[in-house]
Design a protein around this ligand. Structure first.
Ligand SMILES: [Zn+2]
Length: 297
């Protein structure tokens, strides 16, 4: 089944915030929240954590799939309100969150939305002020969630070099960030190899070996059962096809990357009107994908 990532996924698994930017909450013995989207959503996540956990201080872990502003934007706000929770991210992400340039970029990308959603924020200070990582997560680490549940850390670079996925074997559940691409409105998969095609494919093949019944995507959707089991293979096929398409367009245009971006933008974004992403981030990502293929990364 394909379900919207909002509210109860199954007992003990909830998507909080908005489906566009879901935080995935496991309410077991040691509750864990995966990702927390843009800064302006902070108060909303906090309110929903209260609803689900009673006392927000029960939240033991907050684990991040990667260092993009729409996945970790609200994390500093949550840390200010839940000081004892342990924030986990990859070594590269931990480094990124300390860099003044990266902090400034996240602030810049967040600002217009903070203005737009002033009423949601109220008097709270949601500014992104950098993030100290308590748990530096390496490939293969196991995090104890209590009651026999563990969460396995998988390094899945390719969307970014700091991308992680999290697998909970007892639930056959995986949280992937954008390592597996994103759906559009028509459930067409759009690959997201913005840092490296080779790494992205290796990561997909690694994820394909998992026994999966629940796949929690980075935006909008959660897949269960047959849809979850079949997804990674489809994503691999789509990724190969998209690479070949970029290569073909690059050949046709004598390597003119700008015209390739324009052509794909028209075909995939303008003609279909199905992409569930704003035009600016969509174009930034598309340029990166064309660059990755042109440079053979
Ligand atoms: Zn991302």
């Amino acid at each position: 089944m394909i379900i919207e990532s909002k509210g109860r996924i199954q007992d003990g698994i909830y998507a909080i915030g908005a489906a566009e930017l879901p935080g995935y909450l496991l309410t077991g013995q040691y509750p864990v929240l995966f990702d927390a989207g843009m800064t302006f959503m902070g108060p909303l996540y906090l309110a929903e954590l209260k609803n689900h956990l009673g006392d927000v201080n029960r939240l033991k872990f907050h684990l991040l799939t990667h260092s993009h502003f729409d996945h970790a934007g609200a994390s500093p706000f949550l840390k200010r309100h839940i000081p004892n929770m342990q924030i986990g991210a990859s070594p590269a992400a931990a480094e990124t969150f300390r860099k003044p340039n990266a902090i400034e970029l996240i602030r810049n990308l967040s600002r217009s939305l903070e203005e737009k959603y002033r009423d949601l924020i109220g008097k709270e200070d949601v500014t992104f002020q950098g993030l100290e990582i308590d748990l530096v997560l390496d490939e293969g680490m196991e995090i104890d969630l209590g009651s026999g549940l563990t969460c396995r850390v998988m390094a899945t670079p390719g969307h970014t070099r700091d991308s992680l996925s999290f697998y909970i074997p007892a639930m056959k559940a995986v949280i992937t960030g954008e390592a597996v691409g994103v759906f559009d409105k028509n459930f067409t998969i759009h690959p997201e190899f913005t840092s490296s095609y080779k790494d992205y494919m290796n990561s997909l093949n690694k994820l394909a070996a998992l026994d999966i019944e629940i796949l929690m995507m980075s935006h909008f959707f959660t897949l269960t059962g047959e849809d979850a089991r079949g997804y990674i293979k489809k994503s691999i096929d789509k990724t190969e096809v998209f690479k070949e398409r970029i290569e073909g367009y690059l050949t046709d245009s004598d390597g003119d990357r700008k015209s390739v971006v324009q052509k794909i933008f028209k075909e995939d974004f303008e003609d279909t009107r199905a992409i569930l992403q704003d035009v600016r981030p969509y174009l930034i990502n598309l340029e990166a994908k064309v660059r990755v293929i042109a440079e053979g990364r």
